[in-house]
Design a protein around this ligand. Structure first.
Ligand SMILES: [Zn+2]
Length: 170
């Protein structure tokens, strides 16, 4: 059957392609139909909304199930309080999961187009940098012991008077 609305269809395809960042195919499989594509957030939307890639609906479900089974998502949970440290731990585990899924992809389909892998690696690096820049550098309460141990040492280095420094001068 011929398409009675070729311009409308072409416009919809272009809009969808733009929205998804002009994907050449699904990241995980050879699917190329743009209307099968969805946006996947490999480390979840909550942990980095800007880290996303186009995948087909099937592969999207598989990836989400994989994260759910490993308890790396907050799907179906309500009012979950997560400390910055817990969120960072989950982020790192999700990032490791994403690396693993790329390794599996390359093992199973060594002819996966290189630009797909390059783009994915760059997106991962950009996400890691965003996460590093967003980290607060002041130590939270559980780390105060480490801070106390380090403080006299740092003070000695800059020649400040501390108990440790005075002991040494006597
Ligand atoms: Zn797919």
């Amino acid at each position: 059957m011929t398409n009675p609305f070729p311009i409308a269809r072409a416009r919809r395809i272009e809009m969808r392609r733009k929205q998804l960042g002009y994907p050449i195919r699904c990241f995980h499989c050879p699917e190329t139909d743009i209307f099968c594509f969805e946006e996947d957030h490999p480390v979840t939307y909550g942990l980095d909304p800007d880290f996303k890639r186009a995948v087909c609906r099937n592969c999207h479900r598989k990836q989400e199930a994989r994260r759910d089974i490993k308890k790396l998502t907050k799907n179906g949970q309500r009012n979950v309080h997560e400390s910055e440290r817990e969120a960072l731990r989950r982020y790192l585990l999700l990032m490791a999961e994403d690396e693993d899924s790329q390794a599996e992809l390359l093992q199973q389909a060594p002819t996966t187009p290189i630009p797909l892998i390059v783009t994915a690696s760059q997106a991962r690096a950009a996400s890691l940098r965003r996460k590093a820049q967003g980290l607060s550098l002041s130590d939270p309460a559980p780390d105060s012991k480490i801070a106390l141990i380090k403080a006299p040492v740092a003070a000695q280095v800059v020649g400040l008077s501390t108990d440790a420094g005075q002991t040494r001068r006597r």
